[in-house]
Design a protein around this ligand. Sequence first.
Ligand code: PEP
Ligand code: MG
Length: 314
Amino acid sequence: QRNQDWDQRFEPAILQDGHRVEVVANIGQTAEAASVIDSGAEGVGLLRTEFLFLDRDHAPDEEEQYNELRTMIESLQGLPMIVRTLDIGGDKPVSYLGLSEQDLSFLGLRGFRLSLARPDLATTQLRAIFRAAEHGPIRLMFPMIATPNDFLRAREMAEKVRREVGGQKVELGVMIEVPSAVTMAPELAELADFFSIGTNDLTQYALAVDRTHPLLARRADSLHPVVLRLIRDTVKAAHDKGKWVGVCGGLAADPLGALILTGLGIDELSMPPAIVPQVKALLRHEKLETLSALAEKALHQRDARAVRALRPSH
Ligand code: PEP
Ligand code: MG
């Protein structure tokens, strides 16, 4: 089966009834762009830009960031790449920014909040991104957006930099990974071009479980109906406004998760390149109707364990 999945990896994920799901890859290193091509992924759904900032003693300058991004988008040979702005903090600490433990906590200055507190860092990164976007189809998204005002600020910041560098417009997306963003998803969907759901953080914030806690992390199962209901609401809000929704958290890489997410109406699944052939193959065996019924059942379970026991009924 594995060999067959691998042989068909360049074929799209089209369900038995013709419904198509885009299957793309998460990466966090320049060299991984090559494995995206090789995996059959249809693009990059999440570039974690933190790799440029971690394990060093100073922030990278604009030139360095531009060169890395340009190398990546060029090696993707025309496939689209969603670049997420810096998501330092939480499980991704850096030493040289002078941030306190509280700043770095999961409820602290992480993600876009750091971009607001340190516009110098954000502006340098955005300049590099808009310059790289001249070399291939780049989309931009912002992590840890909690409210429509957060996104308005992000959009303003991006637009200002874009004008300064004379770059072209790119699609702007919101990461949906804070429960308040789900509540305000109808408003956010009016402002953004797309959503990408970060199920890792959405799960930890919805269940109030630190995703790195040695004892608790097990409970942070993204197949919990709490998370699935938040995803359902997010999809509805986006589709009502004609916007597409992806999932770039770990749930998209879970075989049952990928089926349920497709049943919930998710348009794009983003996962580590190595998983792409398997998820594509899995989807090709199913009908949307079957997966919608599976998702509907999952939404009504009481806990993640009960959801994990479900299978599509053919
Ligand atoms: C997520 O939170 O699900 C996500 C994709 O972002 P990260 O894991 O980088 O926080
Ligand atoms: Mg996240």
